[in-house]
Structures are given as C-alpha cells and as structure tokens.
Write a protein that binds this ligand. Sequence first.
Ligand code: DON
Length: 574
Amino acid sequence: MQIAFLMAKSRRAAALFLLVLLLPAGALDAAHPEAARGSGGAVASAAPAATEAGLEVLRAGGNAADAAVATALALAVVRPRAGNLGGGGFAVTRFASEVKTLDFRETAPAQATHDMYLDERGEPRPGASLIGPLAAGVPGSPAGLYELHKKLGRLPWAKVVAPAISLARDGFTVDRRLALGTKEYADLLGRFPETAAVWLPGGQPLEAGSTMRLPELAATLEAYTERGAPAITEGPIAAAVELASRRYGGVLRAEDLAAYRPVWREPVRFEAFGWQVASMPLPSSGGIILGQTCGMLERLEWSKFSRFGADRYHILVEVFRRAYADRVLLGDPRTSLASANQLLAREWLNFRADGIRLTKATPSDRVRKWSGDLVPESRETTHLSVMDRDGNAVSITTTLNGTFGCGLLVPGAGFLLNNEMDDFATAPGQPNLYGLIQGEANSVGPGKRMLSSMTPTIAWRGKEVIVIGSPGGSKIPTATTQVLLNLIVDGDELQAAVDRERIHHQWMPDVVFAEAHALSPETEKALARRGHELRPVASLGEVHSVRGEIGGEMLAAQDPRGPGTAKIVRPAVD
Ligand code: DON
C-alpha cells in the first residue's frame, strides 16, 4: 500500500501529506512519563536500546560527543526506519560555551541532473524521487559521525561503536513500533529482495518481542571501528553500494561516497526571550524558521497574550505562515536565494510582523515572498539530545527521509539507502513528501545538498542549557519551536513542555493542523472566525529533549508520541 501512495505522490500530494501526518498512531494515548533527573549526564532518544548505548558510554567516562555518536549508531541498528548509515543528518554542539554545527547532510550524486525526476513531457515521474536508489543522496552519516567523534570525542573510537556492534551481532528485541513499521511498509521492503531477506524474513513482517540479529551490519560496523569512515565510503562497501544502485537504475557511484565530506558550519544564532539560541544553518531551513518565528513573536509581544487563547494561536500560525513562505527561497548555501542574515534581519522581521492582523488570517497566497530588495545582504528522521556531566551538549537529528528510506538495503553492507533526493524541488510547483512547495534555489544539481527542515538546537541562559529537536519532516521546526517556547516563555517543566499538544502551519497548504486538545473548543471557534481552516492530526513531531544546569541537576524527557526513552546517569561518574 505504501508504494501506491508514494507512486501517486505527485497527483495526490496533499492527501499523502495528510496521511504522513496521521501515520504515527495513538500518539498521545500513552501515560505521560516523568522526566528523569540526576547529574551525571543525560540522553534522550527514540529507542530504549539507543538511549542505553549513550548512557553506557557516559558511564565509561565518555563526553556528550561520544555518547551522541554511540546513540546515533545504535539507532542505525535498532531503528532502521530512520536511524542510519545510509542517510545523513546534522549536529549542533556546545562544548565549554563554544558552539558549532556539523552538516553531514546527503548530497546529490555527481550524475544527478536538474530534471532527472521528470519525464520527456516535463511531468514528474511517479515515485522516482522516493523509491529505489535513484532517490538516494550520497550518504553523509558514516563520515559525519566519524568526524564528530574525531573533533570532539574523548573515548577511543572503538568504545563508541561497540554498543551498536553488540546490538547488531548479538541481537536486539524487536519493539512494537518496528514490528508495525515492517507491516505498514511491507510493500516497500518487499520490493527489493535484498531488503526483504533481512526485514521481511520468510516474507513476513517482524514480530514484536522477537530477537533480530544483523550480521552484515555488524560486519560493516566492525570495519568502521577499525578503519573509520573510509571503511564504508571506499573499498568493498562503497563498491556494494554502487552495485546495488546500478542494479535498480540509480546514479549513486562509489566515487560519490569517496568524495563526500561533512562540513562544519557557523550556527544560526539569535537571542530570544532572554535566551541565547544556536540552531542549524543552511542547508537546513530549521534554524532560520525557528529564528524568524521567535523574532516575530517578540516583536508582537506574544508572551503577553493569554496562554491558551485564540490570540496566541492566531499569531503563532501567522508567524509560521510567513516563515514557511520565505522557505521557498532557500536551498544549498551555494544556490540559496536568501541567507539567514537576510531573513533574520531586523527590518525584514519588522516588515513581516507588521503585516500580521490580529483579527484575521492572511490567506497564504497573499503572503508575499521575500523579494530581496528590502534588506541588503550583510554578508523518518530521528532526534537525540545528550548532555554530559560537564554540561557539554550535542543535539543530533539524522534521517533517511521517508520511513526505511528508498527501501533498498545494500547487500553485504546491511544498511538501507535514503530517499533524500525528494527533499529537492524535484518538479516545479509540486509539493514534496511533506507537502512543501519549494523553489528553484533547491533544484537538483550534482553535489548540491537538498534543503532540510531538521532543527537540532541548543539554547542557554547563564548556566542553564536546553538541548532539543524533533523528526517530522516539515513539522520539525514548528514542533521544536513550540516546545522551546513552552520552556523559555511560559516556564513549563521539561516533560510538560514536551507533552503539551501542538499545532502546525507551513504556508501551503493553508491549513492549521492541530493535535487533539491542542485548542479548546472556544479557541477553535475563534480561530475559524478569523478565517483559519483547522484540521485534526494524530501527532506532530517527536521531541526528545534534555536540559540542565552546568554543575547542577539535569532533566531528560521522552516524547509520549513515540517509544523513546530519556535517562540520566546517576550518580555522576568519576
Ligand atoms: O530533512 C528533512 O527535512 C526531511 N528529510 C526530514 C524527514 C523526516 O523528518 C521524516 N521523519 N519523520
């Protein structure tokens, strides 16, 4: 069934977008957990075994970078729908008040072309940017995670990879969500015999509670331990990627993997509500959307409006609408038509905020895009948050894009390839998997990085530090923003901030998506009177967050919308 949806994407993008929003089932039904407390370091991630991997490394004296990489590698084993070696991601780090970001986003292969997803009539080829290796960008995770450890880690590399190796070699217990995932995505996984052999054993979805062993992935991780990133990006594993790609019409080649480099970039930085915030710059739109949102909200004195009243939600939606309208101009930093400096400039935020009327929604088609003449240039994803006992922090969001990526597992290497090429504007004016309409700045081109919405973020005020982020495609910036606002504007306790129901608006479609109980019946009516179209959704994002005071107590919160865990090392290790 999943394949049919993917194939019909271009014709039924809006319907699919809604389906994607609705997929995570029973989001808020789970009993709300309590945040974990302690002082020896904190890990929050989307899978209990991955959180444990991070804790194990912290207990062994590792720092936040060691623990974050160990958690991410464990997610590549136990959470194959999103955790990965065949995808990419972003990290925001803060070590002894030095903030950096690492971009290990996938790139388009050298043979990628502007119109590679269009047929001879210029029409989108259904599924081409989503299924099979033609949809895959050059994986960034192997070089990215290795680089993150090399630059900031403290423990030997082998200790950081070890938990993932044991999970892959000795086996892990299949949880309900993974079992369900293999059932829901059986069409996609069954399309490639190489993938089916591992993830649909005997042609059947996995059973919850069974033990899963991944010997090929364990061997890949062992090679990675011994030789670092080149073990995957060069030699037999890179050759296996090329072979699998060629077999199914992909243009991904071994040279693409060898040529891939992660990039350290300056974060998007701004001040909001008395906090310093650092988030991901281009090629992610996430930090810019977060910064624009906070900037406009401060100008509109948003915090003074009654917390759950219609005015607050109305303003939030209007602000999101404008930030996402500007997103159309964004792309790889080399081709982006606007920069963070331009879109976060005081004049532009004033102009945008001034256009918001309190009594009426602005129809999205009347929100003018940034025109470039106002401000001179001043020149299924998974998120994890980690803090060590010294207060160093790492926020990583990593993704294959769609659930299980393009569906193709590289035989012999044991990992799935992403379908990140769909994050490019693959066909003019057509929404992508997340319903986002994108611009020429984000067109396909060899070596380009496709625009992302991932928003790994760190905020601090004095000794207090918050580490935050989310999966959820286009919903990532709005989910991350709302939890951050709950914390820094309304002073929620961490778990309450994560639990609280959320809304989403992304300019197009011109609809306010809302989780159940996010809006009171009165607020819903008041918003409808102002011209907003409201649509219920099961859940928006999955925010795994930690916060703490340097030298003091730490809290870690899991999002009840997913099966993740959040834990603390207690007491502190010596
Ligand atoms: O980079 C992006 O914005 C998307 N590839 C993220 C996809 C995603 O979050 C899927 N997970 N829920």
